[in-house]
Design a protein around this ligand. Structure first.
Ligand code: AMP
Ligand code: GLY
Length: 431
C-alpha cells in the first residue's frame, strides 16, 4: 500500500517514519519532504505543493490514504479537493479548518457551544480596539484573526504595548492580509498543555498528552516561536483532568461542529491554559485550536506509538474511530528543537550540518528545515532538527536527548537547555 504525507517539517518526518513501519505499507511519499525524509529508504520525496497536482499524483500512484501535516493546505481546501476526486484523506475540510484559520470563528464557536475560553472582543478598526484595551487594562492579549505563521499573537504587559500591537495588526505593514481583524482577549494565567485528538466527524480518539515550549530561550524567556521542544506525556494532565478535557472541551467541540453542519474530521489540537486548583475544579480554558498535529509535539508523540498507526488512520477515514485504539509506550519521549541562527526572525539558511547523532530505536533525529545539496545536508528553514529520545523518566529522556544534541552540529545552531523542566520533580533542575 502507498501513502502520502503532505508537508516538510519535523511533524511530517515523524508521521511518515511511523507510518512506514507498518508491514502493509510499501512506500510513503512525502510532499515536499526534507533531507531526513529523502534519506529514509521507505520514504520518497515528491516535489509537488499545488493541491491539484497532488491529487493527480495520488490518483496516478494509487495512493490509498493521504495525511496532511500543516495548516496551510487544509485552510486552502486540500481535503475538499481530494474527496471530490474520490481520494481518501485525513484532515478537516476548509470550512472546518476555520477553527484554526480564523480566531474570530473559533471564539464565536466556543461561546456558542459553551466551551471554556477567555473573554474577548473582535475589532476591525484600531480606535475602538484601543478604547476596549484601555478599559480592560493590562496584561491583555492581541491576536490577528487569520493564519499568521506564529507572528499573530502579542501577550502585552502594558496598555501601550497592546495599542502598538493593534496598530501593527490593523495597519498595512507586517500582517496586512492576516490582520484585517483583531481579537482582543483576556490574559489567562497558568500552565499550558497541548491536547490532540483524532476525529472522524462523530468519534474521538485522544492522543497521548504533551507540552510544548513556545519561547525561544531557557526559563521561558525571549520571543514566541513555533515551538522549541516538547515532551509526552505531560504530567499536568492527570487522568482526572484528561476526563474533564474530553467532557468539557473536545467532545463539545466535535459535537458542536456537527450541529453547525461542519463535521470535524482530522487532528484537533486544543492549546489549553490550566489554572491553579484541585483537578476537579481548576480552570481549563482553550487558548487556541489548531486543525492539525502540533510541531514539535508530534515528534515525541510519534515516538511513543507502539501499535500499528495505519490501522488507526484507516478507521478514522472510514468513520470508525470508536473501534480504534493506540497502544502507547509508557516511557517519556522528549524532543529538543535545534534552530537556525537568527530564528525566529529571519533565520539564516545554507549552513552545512556537520555532525548528526545516529538514529536508534530510542533516539531519532527528525528533520525539519533541511535539504540535500550535492550529498551535503544543509539548513533550509528556521527549525532545523528535533532530536527526540525515549527513556524511563523525564530526566532520563532529557539526558538522552541532550546527549544526542551534543553529537549534532551546524553553525549558528540554537536550542534550549531546559526542555521538559515542568515535568521534572519539583525543584529538580539538575541534569
Ligand atoms: P496562540 O497562537 O493563540 O496559541 O498563542 C500563542 C501563545 O500566546 C500561547 O501559546 C500562549 O503562550 C500565549 N497566549 C495566547 N493567548 C493567551 C491568553 N489569553 N493568555 C495568556 N497567554 C496567551
Ligand atoms: N507547537 C505548536 C503548534 O504546532 O502550533
Amino acid at each position: 500500500m502507498k501513502l502520502l504525507v503532505i508537508g516538510s517539517g519535523g511533524r511530517e518526518h515523524a508521521l511518515a517514519w511511523r507510518l512506514a513501519q507498518s508491514p502493509r505499507v510499501q512506500k510513503v511519499f512525502v510532499a515536499p519532504g526534507n533531507a531526513g525524509t529523502a534519506q529514509n529508504e521507505h520514504l520518497q520525496n515528491i516535489a509537488l505543493t499545488h493541491i491539484d497536482e497532488l491529487a493527480a499524483f495520488a490518483k496516478k500512484e494509487g495512493v490509498a490514504l493521504t495525511v496532511v501535516g500543516p495548516e496551510a493546505p487544509l485552510a486552502a481546501g486540500i481535503v475538499d479537493a481530494f474527496r471530490a476526486a474520490g481520494l481518501k484523506i485525513f484532515g478537516p475540510t476548509q470550512a472546518a479548518a476555520q477553527l484554526e484559520s480564523s480566531k474570530d470563528f473559533a471564539k464565536a464557536f466556543m461561546v456558542r457551544h459553551h466551551i471554556p475560553t477567555g473573554a474577548y472582543r473582535t475589532f476591525t478598526e484600531p480606535e475602538p480596539a484601543k478604547a476596549y484595551i484601555s478599559a480592560q487594562g493590562a496584561p491583555i492579549v492581541v491576536k490577528a484573526d487569520g493564519l499568521a505563521a506564529g507572528k499573530g499573537v502579542v501577550v502585552a504587559t502594558s496598555i501601550d504595548e497592546a495599542h502598538r500591537a493593534v496598530d501593527m495588526m490593523l495597519g498595512q505593514e507586517v500582517l496586512s492580509t492576516a490582520g484585517a481583524r483583531v481579537v482582543v482577549e483576556e490574559f489567562l494565567d497558568g500552565e499550558e498543555a497541548s491536547f490532540i485528538a483524532m476525529c472522524d466527524g462523530n468519534h474521538v480518539l485522544a492522543l497521548a498528552t504533551s507540552q510544548d515550549h513556545k519561547r525561544l530561550l531557557d526559563n521561558d524567556q525571549g520571543p514566541n516561536t513555533g515551538g522549541m521542544g516538547a515532551y509526552s506525556p505531560a504530567p499536568i494532565v492527570t487522568p482526572a483532568l484528561h476526563n474533564r478535557i474530553m467532557r468539557e472541551i473536545i467532545l463539545p467541540t466535535v459535537h458542536g461542529m456537527g450541529k453547525d453542519g461542519i463535521p470535524y474530521t482530522g487532528f484537533l489540537y486544543a492549546g489549553l491554559m490550566i489554572g491553579q486548583g484541585p483537578d476537579s475544579s481548576r480552570p481549563v480554558k482553550v487558548l487556541e485550536f489548531n486543525c492539525r498535529m502540533g510541531d514539535p509535539e508530534a515528534q515525541p508523540i510519534m515516538m511513543r506509538v507502539k501499535s500499528e498507526l495505519l490501522d488507526v488512520f484507516e478507521k478514522a477515514v472510514a468513520g470508525r474511530l470508536d473501534q480504534a485504539d493506540i497502544e502507547w509506550d509508557r516511557r517519556t519521549a522528549l524532543g529538543v528543537v535545534m534552530a537556525a541562527h537568527n530564528y525566529p526572525n529571519a533565520p539564516r539558511t545554507g549552513d552545512a550540518i556537520m555532525q548528526l547523532a545516529e538514529d536508534s530505536e530510542d533516539c531519532m533525529v527528525f528533520h525539519a528545515g533541511t535539504r540535500l545539496e550535492e550529498g551535503i545536508i544543509k539548513t533550509s528553514g528556521g527549525r532545523v532538527l528535533c532530536v527526540t529520545a525515549l527513556a524511563d523518566s523525564v530526566k532520563r529522556a532529557q539526558a538522552a536527548a541532550y546527549g544526542a544534541v551534543q553529537k549534532t552540529h551546524f553553525d549558528g545552531q540554537q536550542y534550549r537547555n531546559d526542555i521538559g523542566w515542568r515535568g521534572l520533580p519539583h525543584g529538580d533542575t539538575s541534569t
